[in-house]
Design a protein around this ligand. Structure first.
Ligand SMILES: [Mg+2]
Length: 216
């Protein structure tokens, strides 16, 4: 082993990208109490930040750790994730996770899938039955709006000449997707819609494993 930086880095969003499901969607549909404030609309209207919306929703009610862990069973990570990561490693790709979600569930899900990856995400822990999300401790990629600035992560890897690929599906993925070359820009869902509207070329993906296969 040496300290030479990797020549190729694949920055992947987590919810809805590496994981087939979105933790936020599962949380809201199964655990968020009816009649609770609609923080997401507040965010869309620009009255609170993306970080504040997720933090307020996740911490709103003491739903209990067991119920939250139950959600993780339905997040649909690739069943062959360790094999895909080994294949990518062999091809010279280092995979890193960049997420505006919470490290607490990402770490657990990767562990359940038998994988270990660098994670750039918001902090957080279970406090008295609530998932309490926190701003990242490390200021390097901290962002007032989403907690994590994914575009800054992409640009920091690209700055020293590293080839960078990016995959995502959401609103916080637009800027980082546009920071990589089109052949290495993977999108689906909302991100794909936005890129299409803007006439920006991209590679559409159905599942994360297909991106792993495509990266050479
Ligand atoms: Mg996502």
């Amino acid at each position: 082993m040496n300290d030479t930086p990797p020549l190729k880095v694949f920055v992947t969003d987590f919810d809805g990208t590496l994981a087939g499901e979105d933790f936020y969607n599962l949380f809201v549909s199964r655990l968020y109490p009816p009649g609770a404030p609609d923080y997401w609309s507040e965010c869309v209207a620009g009255r609170i930040t993306h970080f504040e919306a997720l933090r307020n929703i996740f911490a709103y009610a003491p739903v209990g750790e067991a119920a939250i862990l139950e959600l993780l069973r339905d997040m649909r990570l690739p069943t062959d994730l360790p094999q895909k990561l080994a294949m990518l490693r062999e091809r010279g790709w280092q995979v890193v996770v960049a997420s505006a979600g919470c490290r607490w569930y990402i770490e657990r899900l990767l562990e359940m899938a038998g994988a270990s990856l660098p994670i750039y995400a918001n902090g957080g822990s279970i406090i008295e039955g609530r998932l309490v999300m926190e701003m990242p401790v490390d200021p390097t990629f901290r962002d007032d709006y989403a907690g994590i600035d994914k575009a800054k992560i992409v640009r920091s890897f690209a700055a020293d000449g590293t080839t960078v690929a990016f995959a995502g599906d959401g609103a916080t993925d637009v800027a980082p997707a546009l920071a990589v070359p089109a052949p290495l820009r993977f999108a689906r869902g909302y991100l794909a819609d936005v890129l299409k509207q803007r006439h920006e070329p991209f590679q559409r993906f159905q599942k994360w494993g297909d991106i792993a296969d495509a990266l050479r």
